[in-house]
Each structure stands twice: as structure tokens, then as C-alpha cells.
Design a protein around this ligand. Structure first.
Ligand SMILES: [Zn+2]
Length: 366
């Protein structure tokens, strides 16, 4: 039950998404392009939640000066910076652009920063992995379902009537799981976005093991409807992807994952699936195997999720959360594991692989 994520959010896709949202009557008038140079060569690079670097510091100082924002200019684009950006956008850009917390050419222009001398580089890890598995070109959409419970809203865009059963299941999963996922995994649950968009795109080319991906900077999940219908592995992918939306890591959390994945992002997303998916006829919880000699934490997903359950039981109940929040704040999983356990991840894996008495039962939290 692998769900991978892709490397680049193509400009074309963003424009298609903008067109879709326009067609849906959503209050979107402009979506900034991901590349500042594409839209305006003289504006600083686009930055958003998770970005780090001197342009972030520049932004924070601007917001402190021009908006009197209560921010620390630390060069890390976290929830407080996002909130200050949204406040700025609502008071200065609401006529031309959605309030999205993403600082692209329009937002930079409103801060008088287009034409500024370069202050350095920016790093924006914006997704949960690094492997390109496909492209999105012309998704079609015929209906938008907005489902809201406790202030949480899920918009599902799809074009295939045969998906109605799945749509109902996804709504149910969202209602059951998303508030818990936000509480457990978001860096700041009170300021985290409560809105997720799930876009079924027939032209999104997943693979046999990968039919959905998450753009966490936008709380956007894209899935291939044909593959979703054909999936024999239940609907665990939904909670997995929902977990990705709140991870928003500012570093590659677990480097060296197979196929270029962030093995921790994938492991903890599956951990989220095991912890918060509802128990329902359409859910499949596959008990993961004990590690075999050929296994590695670098496989992520269920292999890595089971490793995290073991770490939690053998070392610290909060270890998955310490790793998760560490990566949101810029500390890699390897560093957090080392500081808590005084062991390297390879040493921990070797201990785990040798621990034949350890068993788990799914789902974890029932
Ligand atoms: Zn994933």
C-alpha cells in the first residue's frame, strides 16, 4: 500500500488548478506561479510554509515593520509567519488574490520587495517526498462536495460518477480522522488549516503502487480515480495522505529513503493511517510483517511505521511525535532519535530487527 509523492508542483498544474477553482466558483482570482522568475524576473523567490533562509528573514522583518507583526525574524517560515502573511494578504491583496499564506510575486510586490537586491537563497521543501512519479495535466471536474464538521472542510473534486461510493467513504474517513490527525501531527493545531482539497485527476499518472500524492503546502491531495477504484488495499491511503497534509516538514525528515522518498514522512503517514483510520468495512488494516533480514527502515510506509511503533514502546511513548515535530522545526529524524536514545538510526533498526518478541495489532488506537 505505497503512496508516493512527486518532486515538482508544475506551474502548468497550478494554473489548471486555478482554472478548476475558478470554474467551481471558489473565491480564487489568481494563483501565484511557483517560480517567481516565471512571473516577474525581479521579484524574490516564492516562499511558503516550511521555507527557510534569508528571504524568509527579509519577509519577517517586512511584516514586523509594515504590519507590526509579533514575529521573530529567524528565517523559518512557520505557523506564526504564515498567519502574519495571511493577515497582510487579507488587508492588501484580497481583491486580486486568494489569502493563502504563499508569498509569491504579488505578495512580494505589495511589500515593495520586487526589484530588491538579492539577499540570498531560499529552501522550500514543499512535499512529502522527492520522487517524481507522474504528471498532472488536464484534470476534469464535474462536482465539488464540501463537507464540514467541527470547522473542518473537505472539498472533493471529481468527474466520475462511479466514484460516489468512494466519495462517501472519504467523507466519513475525513470526519473521523482529520481532527485527530491535526491534533496529533500538526505543529500548531490551533492555527493549522482545517481545509483539505482532494482532486481526482484521470490524467494524474500514478503507478501500481502509487496513486495519490499530497502537496502539503496547499493541503491538496491528488489521486488517480481509476487506480483508486481498482485498489485492492482498502482506503488506508486516504488517512495516509491526510497525515501528509499536516506534516509540512521544513527539512527532509528521513533521508536516504528508497526511491528518493523521505522515509520518515512515509512511515509516519502510514502510522497516521494505522492510528486514526475508522474501523469500517471499506478499511483494510494489513498487519505488517516483522522485519526480515532484507528489510530496511528506508522502505518507509508500513515497514517504517512498525519501526516507529517499536521505538514508541521500547524507548519513549512520545518518540514519533518528537520526531514529527522536530522535522517541522528543522531537526532531522536522525538527530532527534540520537538525542533521545543516544543511538543511531541504524543501531536502533538492528535492535528492532533482533527483537523477536515484539508484536503489534492494528489498528493502533481503534
Ligand atoms: Zn505518502
Amino acid at each position: 500500500m505505497l503512496k508516493k509523492v512527486i518532486a515538482t508542483l508544475s506551474q502548468k498544474f497550478l494554473l489548471v488548478l486555478a482554472a478548476l477553482l475558478l470554474a467551481a466558483g471558489t473565491a480564487v482570482t489568481f494563483v501565484e506561479t511557483p517560480s517567481a522568475s516565471a512571473a516577474s524576473a525581479s521579484c524574490p523567490p516564492q516562499i511558503s510554509y516550511g521555507s527557510t533562509g534569508s528571504w524568509v528573514t527579509k519577509l519577517q522583518n517586512d511584516l514586523k515593520t509594515k504590519e507590526n507583526a509579533n514575529l521573530t525574524a529567524d528565517g523559518i517560515f512557520g505557523p506564526n509567519t504564515q498567519s502574519a502573511v495571511e493577515t497582510w494578504q487579507s488587508s492588501h491583496l484580497s481583491q486580486v488574490k486568494e489569502v493563502d499564506g504563499i508569498v509569491g510575486p504579488l505578495t512580494w510586490a505589495s511589500l515593495n520587495e520586487c526589484g530588491s537586491t538579492s539577499v540570498g537563497t531560499v529552501s522550500t521543501p514543499s512535499r512529502s517526498g522527492t520522487t517524481a512519479v507522474g504528471t498532472v495535466s488536464t484534470p476534469s471536474r464535474s462536482s465539488t462536495i464540501t463537507f464540514s464538521a467541527g470547522g473542518y472542510t473537505l472539498t472533493i473534486e471529481h468527474a466520475d460518477a462511479s466514484l460516489q461510493t468512494r466519495v462517501a467513504e472519504i467523507e466519513s474517513i475525513f470526519q473521523h480522522s482529520y481532527p485527530k490527525i491535526v491534533q496529533r501531527f500538526a505543529l500548531s493545531p490551533t492555527t493549522a488549516s482545517k481545509h483539505v482539497t482532494l482532486l481526482f485527476a484521470t490524467t494524474y499518472n500514478g503507478s501500481s503502487v502509487s496513486f495519490a500524492e499530497t502537496y502539503w503546502s496547499q493541503n491538496l491531495v491528488v489521486a488517480n480515480p481509476v487506480q483508486v477504484m481498482a485498489s485492492p488495499s482498502g482506503m488506508g491511503w486516504v488517512t495516509h495522505e491526510f497525515t501528509h497534509t499536516v506534516q509540512k516538514y521544513s527539512v527532509v525528515c528521513g533521508s536516504g529513503g528508497n526511491g528518493g522518498t523521505d522515509w520518515v514522512a512515509e512511515s509516519l503517514a502510514t502510522y497516521g493511517d494505522w492510528s486514526y483510520s475508522p474501523i469500517a468495512s471499506y478499511m483494510t488494516f494489513t498487519d505488517p510483517r516483522a522485519p526480515q533480514s532484507t528489510d530496511s527502515y528506508k522502505e518507509g510506509y508500513g515497514i517504517g511505521a512498525r519501526f516507529f511503533v517499536w521505538l514508541q514502546h521500547r524507548y519513549s511513548p512520545s518518540l514519533p511525535d518528537q520526531v514529527n515535530h522536530g522535522c517541522q522545526r528543522g531537526t532531522t529524524a536522525e538527530s532527534t532519535l540520537k538525542s533521545v536514545t543516544h543511538k543511531t538510526v541504524d543501531q536502533l533498526w538492528a535492535e528492532y530487527a533482533a527483537d523477536r518478541s515484539f508484536t503489534i495489532a492494528l489498528p493502533l488506537n481503534g
